[in-house]
Design a protein around this ligand. Structure first.
Ligand SMILES: [Zn+2]
Length: 48
């Protein structure tokens, strides 16, 4: 669960996720979340 940066509501699941793998670095998974409370979209790193 992640928190909306605008209103602080908890968002359970990302709409989508993708891998970000900069060269020479550990790949990270980024999730795109939509807050059900205020409707804001935000991205956050998620753990698999
Ligand atoms: Zn929100």
């Amino acid at each position: 669960m992640v928190k909306c940066p605008k209103c602080g509501a908890e968002v359970e699941k990302p709409i989508k996720t993708w891998k970000l793998a900069p060269k020479g670095r550990k790949p990270v998974t980024i999730g795109l979340f939509k807050c059900p409370n205020c409707g804001a979209y935000f991205r956050k790193g998620v753990k698999e």
